[in-house]
Design a protein around this ligand. Sequence first.
Ligand code: HAX
Length: 441
Amino acid sequence: MEKLKNLFKEKADKLGAEIKDLLKEHGSKKIGEVQLSQAYQGMRGITGMVYETSLLDANEGIRFRGFSIPELQKSLPKADGGSEPLPEGLFWLMLTGEMPSAADVNALSADWRSRAKVPAHVFKTIDALPIETHPMTQFVVGIMAMQTQSQFAKKYSEGINKKEYWSFIFEDTMNLIAGLPEVAAYVYRRKYKNGNFLKPSSELDWGGNFAHLLGYDSEKFRELMRLYLTIHSDHEGGNVSAHTTHLVGSALSDPYLSFAAGLNGLAGPLHGLANQEVIKWIFEMQKALGTETPSSQQIEQYVRKTLSEGKVVPGYGHAVLRKTDPRFTAQAEFAKKHMPDDPLVNVVWRVFETVPPILQSLGKVKNPWPNVDAHSGALLVHFGMKEYDYYTVLFGVSRALGVLSAMIWSRALGFPIERPKSVTTANVKGWLKGEEQIWGD
Ligand code: HAX
Protein backbone atom coordinates (compact mmCIF):
# COMPACT_ATOMS: atom_id res chain seq x y z
CA MET A 1 0.00 0.00 0.00
CA GLU A 2 2.74 2.42 -0.98
CA LYS A 3 0.21 4.78 -2.58
CA LEU A 4 -1.76 5.18 0.66
CA LYS A 5 1.37 5.49 2.78
CA ASN A 6 2.95 8.10 0.49
CA LEU A 7 -0.28 10.06 0.22
CA PHE A 8 -0.57 10.08 4.01
CA LYS A 9 3.04 11.26 4.41
CA GLU A 10 2.47 14.11 1.97
CA LYS A 11 -0.67 15.21 3.86
CA ALA A 12 0.95 14.82 7.27
CA ASP A 13 4.04 16.85 6.32
CA LYS A 14 1.83 19.65 5.02
CA LEU A 15 -0.46 19.70 8.04
CA GLY A 16 2.49 19.41 10.43
CA ALA A 17 4.04 22.56 8.93
CA GLU A 18 0.69 24.39 9.04
CA ILE A 19 0.17 23.49 12.72
CA LYS A 20 3.64 24.81 13.54
CA ASP A 21 2.80 28.19 11.98
CA LEU A 22 -0.67 28.20 13.49
CA LEU A 23 0.68 27.66 17.00
CA LYS A 24 3.43 30.24 16.50
CA GLU A 25 0.87 32.89 15.65
CA HIS A 26 -2.17 31.82 17.70
CA GLY A 27 -0.86 29.37 20.30
CA SER A 28 -1.83 31.56 23.27
CA LYS A 29 -5.45 32.09 22.15
CA LYS A 30 -8.10 30.60 24.46
CA ILE A 31 -10.17 27.75 23.08
CA GLY A 32 -12.61 27.78 26.03
CA GLU A 33 -12.97 28.09 29.77
CA VAL A 34 -13.34 25.33 32.34
CA GLN A 35 -16.00 25.52 35.03
CA LEU A 36 -15.60 23.77 38.36
CA SER A 37 -18.68 21.63 37.60
CA GLN A 38 -17.04 20.31 34.43
CA ALA A 39 -14.09 18.98 36.42
CA TYR A 40 -16.52 16.99 38.56
CA GLN A 41 -18.88 15.97 35.76
CA GLY A 42 -16.94 13.98 33.23
CA MET A 43 -15.12 16.95 31.62
CA ARG A 44 -18.18 17.36 29.37
CA GLY A 45 -17.77 20.13 26.81
CA ILE A 46 -14.09 20.84 27.51
CA THR A 47 -12.17 21.14 24.26
CA GLY A 48 -8.77 19.69 25.00
CA MET A 49 -7.54 17.45 22.23
CA VAL A 50 -6.98 17.37 18.48
CA TYR A 51 -8.31 14.38 16.55
CA GLU A 52 -8.27 14.67 12.77
CA THR A 53 -10.46 11.88 11.40
CA SER A 54 -14.02 12.94 12.32
CA LEU A 55 -16.00 15.69 14.02
CA LEU A 56 -19.29 15.51 15.94
CA ASP A 57 -21.93 18.22 15.80
CA ALA A 58 -24.47 18.04 18.65
CA ASN A 59 -27.42 18.58 16.30
CA GLU A 60 -26.23 17.22 13.00
CA GLY A 61 -24.29 14.17 14.19
CA ILE A 62 -21.02 12.76 12.95
CA ARG A 63 -19.08 13.90 9.90
CA PHE A 64 -16.09 11.92 8.68
CA ARG A 65 -13.67 14.36 7.06
CA GLY A 66 -16.65 16.59 6.40
CA PHE A 67 -18.90 13.84 4.99
CA SER A 68 -22.20 12.91 6.67
CA ILE A 69 -23.35 9.27 6.65
CA PRO A 70 -25.78 9.72 3.70
CA GLU A 71 -22.95 11.43 1.79
CA LEU A 72 -20.62 8.50 2.54
CA GLN A 73 -23.31 6.10 1.35
CA LYS A 74 -23.46 8.05 -1.89
CA SER A 75 -19.77 8.68 -2.52
CA LEU A 76 -17.71 5.81 -1.10
CA PRO A 77 -17.01 2.85 -3.42
CA LYS A 78 -19.31 -0.17 -3.05
CA ALA A 79 -18.96 -3.91 -3.53
CA ASP A 80 -20.05 -5.22 -6.95
CA GLY A 81 -23.83 -5.01 -7.06
CA GLY A 82 -23.96 -3.53 -3.54
CA SER A 83 -25.30 -0.20 -2.35
CA GLU A 84 -23.59 0.21 1.05
CA PRO A 85 -20.13 1.80 1.41
CA LEU A 86 -17.04 -0.35 1.80
CA PRO A 87 -15.40 0.40 5.16
CA GLU A 88 -11.96 0.21 3.51
CA GLY A 89 -12.93 3.38 1.67
CA LEU A 90 -13.76 5.17 4.89
CA PHE A 91 -10.39 4.17 6.34
CA TRP A 92 -8.71 5.71 3.29
CA LEU A 93 -10.81 8.85 3.63
CA MET A 94 -10.14 9.21 7.37
CA LEU A 95 -6.42 8.72 6.88
CA THR A 96 -5.90 11.03 3.91
CA GLY A 97 -8.92 13.34 3.82
CA GLU A 98 -9.39 12.27 0.19
CA MET A 99 -12.23 10.23 -1.26
CA PRO A 100 -10.69 7.03 -2.67
CA SER A 101 -11.42 5.61 -6.11
CA ALA A 102 -12.88 2.11 -6.53
CA ALA A 103 -9.42 0.94 -7.62
CA ASP A 104 -7.84 2.37 -4.41
CA VAL A 105 -10.40 0.53 -2.29
CA ASN A 106 -9.97 -2.74 -4.15
CA ALA A 107 -6.21 -2.47 -3.68
CA LEU A 108 -6.69 -1.83 0.04
CA SER A 109 -9.04 -4.84 0.34
CA ALA A 110 -6.40 -7.00 -1.36
CA ASP A 111 -3.65 -5.59 0.87
CA TRP A 112 -5.61 -6.39 4.04
CA ARG A 113 -6.37 -9.91 2.73
CA SER A 114 -2.65 -10.49 2.20
CA ARG A 115 -1.73 -9.15 5.66
CA ALA A 116 -4.39 -11.20 7.48
CA LYS A 117 -2.02 -13.77 8.92
CA VAL A 118 -2.89 -14.24 12.56
CA PRO A 119 -0.26 -16.28 14.42
CA ALA A 120 -1.41 -19.60 15.91
CA HIS A 121 -0.57 -18.56 19.47
CA VAL A 122 -3.33 -15.90 19.33
CA PHE A 123 -5.98 -18.59 18.96
CA LYS A 124 -4.30 -20.76 21.60
CA THR A 125 -4.34 -17.82 24.01
CA ILE A 126 -8.08 -17.33 23.45
CA ASP A 127 -8.58 -21.09 23.90
CA ALA A 128 -7.02 -20.86 27.36
CA LEU A 129 -10.03 -18.82 28.55
CA PRO A 130 -13.17 -20.54 29.87
CA ILE A 131 -15.81 -20.67 27.13
CA GLU A 132 -18.24 -18.59 29.21
CA THR A 133 -15.80 -15.63 29.23
CA HIS A 134 -17.50 -12.54 27.79
CA PRO A 135 -16.73 -12.20 24.05
CA MET A 136 -15.22 -8.73 24.56
CA THR A 137 -12.74 -10.19 27.07
CA GLN A 138 -11.85 -12.99 24.64
CA PHE A 139 -11.46 -10.46 21.83
CA VAL A 140 -9.22 -8.14 23.86
CA VAL A 141 -7.10 -11.07 25.04
CA GLY A 142 -6.69 -12.11 21.38
CA ILE A 143 -5.56 -8.61 20.43
CA MET A 144 -3.11 -8.50 23.32
CA ALA A 145 -1.71 -11.83 22.08
CA MET A 146 -1.31 -10.29 18.59
CA GLN A 147 0.95 -7.64 20.15
CA THR A 148 3.94 -9.97 19.68
CA GLN A 149 3.71 -8.86 16.01
CA SER A 150 4.17 -5.15 16.72
CA GLN A 151 6.76 -3.68 14.39
CA PHE A 152 6.62 -0.38 16.27
CA ALA A 153 7.47 -2.00 19.62
CA LYS A 154 10.34 -3.92 18.01
CA LYS A 155 11.77 -0.91 16.19
CA TYR A 156 11.39 1.31 19.26
CA SER A 157 13.37 -1.12 21.38
CA GLU A 158 16.06 -1.22 18.69
CA GLY A 159 16.09 2.60 18.71
CA ILE A 160 14.50 4.69 15.97
CA ASN A 161 14.25 8.37 15.16
CA LYS A 162 10.94 9.85 16.37
CA LYS A 163 10.27 11.06 12.81
CA GLU A 164 9.85 7.40 11.81
CA TYR A 165 7.31 6.46 14.50
CA TRP A 166 4.27 7.01 12.29
CA SER A 167 5.59 4.64 9.62
CA PHE A 168 5.65 1.64 11.99
CA ILE A 169 2.36 2.69 13.61
CA PHE A 170 0.96 2.63 10.06
CA GLU A 171 2.27 -0.90 9.44
CA ASP A 172 0.96 -2.16 12.79
CA THR A 173 -2.42 -0.58 12.11
CA MET A 174 -2.71 -2.21 8.70
CA ASN A 175 -1.72 -5.63 10.07
CA LEU A 176 -3.99 -5.33 13.10
CA ILE A 177 -7.04 -4.26 11.07
CA ALA A 178 -6.36 -7.02 8.54
CA GLY A 179 -6.35 -9.70 11.25
CA LEU A 180 -9.32 -8.43 13.30
CA PRO A 181 -12.14 -10.20 11.41
CA GLU A 182 -10.45 -13.57 11.88
CA VAL A 183 -9.84 -13.05 15.60
CA ALA A 184 -13.33 -11.64 16.20
CA ALA A 185 -14.99 -14.45 14.20
CA TYR A 186 -12.88 -17.01 16.09
CA VAL A 187 -14.42 -15.78 19.35
CA TYR A 188 -17.92 -16.09 17.86
CA ARG A 189 -17.50 -19.55 16.37
CA ARG A 190 -15.68 -20.80 19.47
CA LYS A 191 -18.36 -19.61 21.87
CA TYR A 192 -21.55 -20.22 19.90
CA LYS A 193 -20.80 -22.65 17.05
CA ASN A 194 -18.92 -25.45 18.85
CA GLY A 195 -15.57 -24.31 17.49
CA ASN A 196 -16.66 -24.98 13.91
CA PHE A 197 -14.32 -22.39 12.33
CA LEU A 198 -14.51 -21.16 8.75
CA LYS A 199 -11.69 -20.33 6.34
CA PRO A 200 -11.29 -16.74 5.12
CA SER A 201 -12.38 -15.95 1.57
CA SER A 202 -9.63 -15.18 -0.91
CA GLU A 203 -11.86 -12.73 -2.77
CA LEU A 204 -14.23 -10.91 -0.48
CA ASP A 205 -13.76 -7.38 0.83
CA TRP A 206 -12.98 -6.79 4.53
CA GLY A 207 -16.62 -6.53 5.71
CA GLY A 208 -17.89 -9.26 3.38
CA ASN A 209 -15.16 -11.61 4.58
CA PHE A 210 -15.99 -10.84 8.20
CA ALA A 211 -19.64 -11.76 7.54
CA HIS A 212 -18.43 -14.96 5.87
CA LEU A 213 -16.09 -15.88 8.76
CA LEU A 214 -18.95 -15.38 11.22
CA GLY A 215 -20.99 -17.85 9.15
CA TYR A 216 -23.50 -15.45 7.55
CA ASP A 217 -23.13 -15.65 3.80
CA SER A 218 -26.20 -13.91 2.43
CA GLU A 219 -25.47 -10.84 0.33
CA LYS A 220 -27.86 -8.82 2.53
CA PHE A 221 -25.93 -9.65 5.69
CA ARG A 222 -22.68 -8.70 3.94
CA GLU A 223 -24.24 -5.38 3.04
CA LEU A 224 -25.33 -4.92 6.65
CA MET A 225 -21.78 -5.61 7.83
CA ARG A 226 -20.34 -3.08 5.36
CA LEU A 227 -22.76 -0.43 6.60
CA TYR A 228 -22.28 -1.44 10.25
CA LEU A 229 -18.47 -1.38 10.05
CA THR A 230 -18.60 2.01 8.34
CA ILE A 231 -20.94 3.83 10.71
CA HIS A 232 -19.46 2.52 13.99
CA SER A 233 -15.88 3.37 13.07
CA ASP A 234 -15.38 6.82 14.55
CA HIS A 235 -17.19 9.47 16.62
CA GLU A 236 -14.54 12.18 17.07
CA GLY A 237 -11.91 11.91 19.80
CA GLY A 238 -13.53 12.38 23.20
CA ASN A 239 -15.65 9.21 23.49
CA VAL A 240 -14.27 6.59 25.85
CA SER A 241 -12.86 4.14 23.27
CA ALA A 242 -11.28 6.82 21.04
CA HIS A 243 -9.95 8.86 23.92
CA THR A 244 -8.51 5.82 25.67
CA THR A 245 -6.74 4.63 22.53
CA HIS A 246 -5.43 8.17 22.01
CA LEU A 247 -4.27 8.52 25.62
CA VAL A 248 -2.54 5.15 25.82
CA GLY A 249 -0.94 5.73 22.42
CA SER A 250 0.46 9.04 23.66
CA ALA A 251 2.74 7.05 25.98
CA LEU A 252 4.08 5.44 22.76
CA SER A 253 2.32 2.19 23.56
CA ASP A 254 1.95 0.41 20.22
CA PRO A 255 -1.37 0.11 18.33
CA TYR A 256 -2.12 -3.36 19.76
CA LEU A 257 -1.77 -2.18 23.38
CA SER A 258 -3.57 1.10 22.74
CA PHE A 259 -6.49 -0.38 20.82
CA ALA A 260 -6.95 -3.15 23.40
CA ALA A 261 -7.19 -0.44 26.07
CA GLY A 262 -9.78 1.42 23.98
CA LEU A 263 -11.80 -1.77 23.57
CA ASN A 264 -11.88 -2.25 27.32
CA GLY A 265 -13.62 1.12 27.46
CA LEU A 266 -15.97 0.13 24.63
CA ALA A 267 -16.96 -2.88 26.77
CA GLY A 268 -18.62 -0.58 29.33
CA PRO A 269 -22.47 -0.53 29.37
CA LEU A 270 -22.66 3.26 29.07
CA HIS A 271 -20.57 3.04 25.88
CA GLY A 272 -20.40 0.19 23.32
CA LEU A 273 -21.87 -2.55 25.52
CA ALA A 274 -25.15 -0.61 25.26
CA ASN A 275 -25.76 -2.45 21.96
CA GLN A 276 -26.13 -5.77 23.82
CA GLU A 277 -28.03 -4.10 26.66
CA VAL A 278 -30.68 -2.77 24.24
CA ILE A 279 -31.64 -6.20 22.90
CA LYS A 280 -31.39 -7.77 26.35
CA TRP A 281 -33.74 -5.07 27.65
CA ILE A 282 -36.21 -5.65 24.77
CA PHE A 283 -36.15 -9.44 25.25
CA GLU A 284 -36.73 -8.98 29.00
CA MET A 285 -39.57 -6.56 28.27
CA GLN A 286 -41.21 -9.04 25.89
CA LYS A 287 -40.92 -11.76 28.53
CA ALA A 288 -42.22 -9.58 31.34
CA LEU A 289 -45.19 -8.40 29.25
CA GLY A 290 -45.86 -11.84 27.82
CA THR A 291 -45.93 -10.60 24.22
CA GLU A 292 -43.50 -10.22 21.33
CA THR A 293 -45.39 -7.21 20.03
CA PRO A 294 -45.99 -4.88 22.98
CA SER A 295 -48.21 -1.84 22.45
CA SER A 296 -46.95 1.71 23.03
CA GLN A 297 -48.80 1.76 26.34
CA GLN A 298 -47.17 -1.47 27.50
CA ILE A 299 -43.74 -0.16 26.44
CA GLU A 300 -44.38 3.05 28.36
CA GLN A 301 -45.19 1.07 31.52
CA TYR A 302 -42.02 -0.97 31.12
CA VAL A 303 -39.87 2.13 30.55
CA ARG A 304 -41.28 3.68 33.73
CA LYS A 305 -40.52 0.46 35.63
CA THR A 306 -36.92 0.52 34.32
CA LEU A 307 -36.51 4.12 35.45
CA SER A 308 -38.14 3.49 38.85
CA GLU A 309 -35.56 0.75 39.46
CA GLY A 310 -32.80 3.34 39.04
CA LYS A 311 -31.64 1.99 35.68
CA VAL A 312 -31.02 3.75 32.38
CA VAL A 313 -32.97 3.01 29.20
CA PRO A 314 -30.20 1.57 27.02
CA GLY A 315 -29.75 3.02 23.53
CA TYR A 316 -31.07 6.44 24.51
CA GLY A 317 -29.15 9.58 25.44
CA HIS A 318 -25.72 10.87 24.52
CA ALA A 319 -23.01 12.98 26.09
CA VAL A 320 -22.70 15.25 23.02
CA LEU A 321 -25.56 14.58 20.58
CA ARG A 322 -28.82 16.45 21.09
CA LYS A 323 -30.85 14.93 18.25
CA THR A 324 -31.59 11.45 16.89
CA ASP A 325 -28.25 9.86 16.02
CA PRO A 326 -27.82 9.70 12.20
CA ARG A 327 -26.26 6.27 12.78
CA PHE A 328 -29.65 5.17 14.20
CA THR A 329 -31.37 6.68 11.16
CA ALA A 330 -29.03 4.91 8.72
CA GLN A 331 -29.87 1.57 10.34
CA ALA A 332 -33.60 2.37 10.35
CA GLU A 333 -33.34 3.14 6.61
CA PHE A 334 -31.60 -0.20 6.04
CA ALA A 335 -34.43 -1.93 7.92
CA LYS A 336 -37.11 -0.06 5.95
CA LYS A 337 -35.47 -1.22 2.74
CA HIS A 338 -34.76 -4.85 3.63
CA MET A 339 -37.06 -5.95 6.50
CA PRO A 340 -39.88 -3.46 7.08
CA ASP A 341 -42.20 -6.13 8.50
CA ASP A 342 -39.74 -7.70 10.93
CA PRO A 343 -41.55 -7.83 14.30
CA LEU A 344 -38.48 -6.99 16.41
CA VAL A 345 -37.54 -4.07 14.15
CA ASN A 346 -41.09 -2.81 14.62
CA VAL A 347 -40.69 -3.05 18.41
CA VAL A 348 -37.52 -0.92 18.09
CA TRP A 349 -39.51 1.65 16.12
CA ARG A 350 -42.32 1.66 18.70
CA VAL A 351 -39.77 2.09 21.49
CA PHE A 352 -38.43 5.07 19.49
CA GLU A 353 -41.91 6.64 19.46
CA THR A 354 -42.41 6.01 23.18
CA VAL A 355 -39.14 6.64 25.02
CA PRO A 356 -38.14 10.24 24.09
CA PRO A 357 -41.19 11.99 25.61
CA ILE A 358 -40.79 9.98 28.83
CA LEU A 359 -37.09 10.82 29.15
CA GLN A 360 -37.86 14.44 28.27
CA SER A 361 -40.47 14.58 31.05
CA LEU A 362 -37.80 13.69 33.64
CA GLY A 363 -36.32 17.14 33.09
CA LYS A 364 -32.72 16.03 33.59
CA VAL A 365 -31.89 13.93 30.52
CA LYS A 366 -30.06 16.23 28.11
CA ASN A 367 -30.71 14.07 25.05
CA PRO A 368 -33.83 11.90 25.03
CA TRP A 369 -33.20 10.60 21.49
CA PRO A 370 -31.86 7.22 20.35
CA ASN A 371 -28.16 6.64 19.78
CA VAL A 372 -26.37 4.17 17.48
CA ASP A 373 -26.97 1.23 19.81
CA ALA A 374 -30.77 1.46 19.86
CA HIS A 375 -31.17 -0.17 16.46
CA SER A 376 -28.27 -2.47 15.63
CA GLY A 377 -29.34 -5.55 17.61
CA ALA A 378 -32.71 -5.92 15.86
CA LEU A 379 -30.96 -5.99 12.46
CA LEU A 380 -28.61 -8.73 13.62
CA VAL A 381 -31.41 -10.81 15.16
CA HIS A 382 -33.24 -10.59 11.83
CA PHE A 383 -30.40 -12.53 10.22
CA GLY A 384 -30.29 -15.06 13.05
CA MET A 385 -27.46 -13.58 15.10
CA LYS A 386 -29.23 -13.68 18.45
CA GLU A 387 -26.17 -14.01 20.68
CA TYR A 388 -26.38 -10.44 21.92
CA ASP A 389 -23.43 -10.57 24.28
CA TYR A 390 -21.29 -10.76 21.12
CA TYR A 391 -22.58 -7.51 19.61
CA THR A 392 -19.97 -5.19 21.12
CA VAL A 393 -17.23 -7.20 19.38
CA LEU A 394 -18.74 -6.16 16.02
CA PHE A 395 -18.62 -2.55 17.21
CA GLY A 396 -14.99 -3.07 18.26
CA VAL A 397 -13.91 -4.39 14.86
CA SER A 398 -15.35 -1.25 13.27
CA ARG A 399 -13.92 1.14 15.86
CA ALA A 400 -10.39 0.05 14.91
CA LEU A 401 -10.69 1.96 11.63
CA GLY A 402 -11.23 5.33 13.28
CA VAL A 403 -9.11 5.18 16.41
CA LEU A 404 -6.10 3.64 14.66
CA SER A 405 -6.12 6.01 11.69
CA ALA A 406 -6.29 8.82 14.26
CA MET A 407 -3.33 7.26 16.05
CA ILE A 408 -1.21 7.32 12.89
CA TRP A 409 -1.99 11.04 12.69
CA SER A 410 -1.07 11.60 16.33
CA ARG A 411 2.37 10.06 15.87
CA ALA A 412 2.95 11.78 12.51
CA LEU A 413 2.13 15.15 14.10
CA GLY A 414 4.39 14.37 17.04
CA PHE A 415 1.73 14.83 19.73
CA PRO A 416 3.33 14.50 23.18
CA ILE A 417 2.32 12.30 26.09
CA GLU A 418 -1.11 13.38 27.35
CA ARG A 419 -1.24 14.57 30.92
CA PRO A 420 -4.12 16.79 32.11
CA LYS A 421 -4.07 18.33 35.59
CA SER A 422 -6.24 16.95 38.37
CA VAL A 423 -7.19 18.46 41.73
CA THR A 424 -8.52 17.22 45.06
CA THR A 425 -11.70 18.51 46.72
CA ALA A 426 -9.58 19.81 49.62
CA ASN A 427 -7.64 21.70 46.98
CA VAL A 428 -10.89 23.09 45.53
CA LYS A 429 -12.17 24.17 48.98
CA GLY A 430 -8.91 25.97 49.72
CA TRP A 431 -9.03 27.70 46.33
CA LEU A 432 -12.64 28.83 46.96
CA LYS A 433 -11.52 30.39 50.24
CA GLY A 434 -8.69 32.10 48.39
CA GLU A 435 -6.13 30.11 50.37
CA GLU A 436 -4.29 28.34 47.62
CA GLN A 437 -4.12 28.04 43.89
CA ILE A 438 -6.01 25.19 42.30
CA TRP A 439 -3.70 24.94 39.36
CA GLY A 440 -0.12 23.90 39.53
CA ASP A 441 2.57 22.25 37.52
N1 HAX B 1 -32.13 6.55 30.64
C1 HAX B 1 -32.32 7.03 31.89
N2 HAX B 1 -31.64 8.08 32.39
C2 HAX B 1 -30.78 8.69 31.56
C3 HAX B 1 -30.57 8.29 30.24
C4 HAX B 1 -31.29 7.15 29.78
N3 HAX B 1 -31.12 6.66 28.55
N4 HAX B 1 -29.66 9.10 29.67
C5 HAX B 1 -29.29 9.99 30.61
N5 HAX B 1 -29.97 9.74 31.75
C6 HAX B 1 -29.82 10.40 33.05
C7 HAX B 1 -28.39 10.25 33.54
O1 HAX B 1 -28.18 8.97 34.12
C8 HAX B 1 -28.26 11.40 34.49
O2 HAX B 1 -28.94 11.06 35.67
P1 HAX B 1 -28.39 11.50 37.13
O3 HAX B 1 -28.30 13.01 37.07
O4 HAX B 1 -29.43 10.99 38.08
O5 HAX B 1 -27.06 10.87 37.29
C9 HAX B 1 -29.08 12.50 33.79
O6 HAX B 1 -29.98 11.81 32.90
C10 HAX B 1 -28.24 13.48 33.00
O7 HAX B 1 -27.44 12.74 32.09
P2 HAX B 1 -27.03 13.38 30.68
O8 HAX B 1 -26.21 14.60 30.97
O9 HAX B 1 -28.22 13.54 29.82
O10 HAX B 1 -26.15 12.22 30.04
P3 HAX B 1 -24.59 11.92 30.24
O11 HAX B 1 -23.85 12.78 29.28
O12 HAX B 1 -24.19 11.97 31.66
O13 HAX B 1 -24.52 10.40 29.80
C11 HAX B 1 -25.02 8.53 28.44
C12 HAX B 1 -24.64 10.00 28.45
C13 HAX B 1 -24.96 8.01 27.01
C14 HAX B 1 -24.00 7.74 29.29
C15 HAX B 1 -26.44 8.35 29.02
O14 HAX B 1 -27.38 9.03 28.18
C16 HAX B 1 -26.87 6.91 29.20
O15 HAX B 1 -26.56 6.31 30.22
N6 HAX B 1 -27.58 6.31 28.17
C17 HAX B 1 -27.95 4.91 28.22
C18 HAX B 1 -26.76 4.02 27.87
C19 HAX B 1 -26.40 4.13 26.42
O16 HAX B 1 -27.25 4.03 25.53
N7 HAX B 1 -25.11 4.31 26.12
C20 HAX B 1 -24.60 4.37 24.75
C21 HAX B 1 -24.24 5.78 24.31
C22 HAX B 1 -23.71 5.87 22.91
C23 HAX B 1 -22.42 5.16 22.81
O17 HAX B 1 -21.40 5.50 23.36
N8 HAX B 1 -22.45 4.06 22.13
O18 HAX B 1 -21.42 3.24 22.13
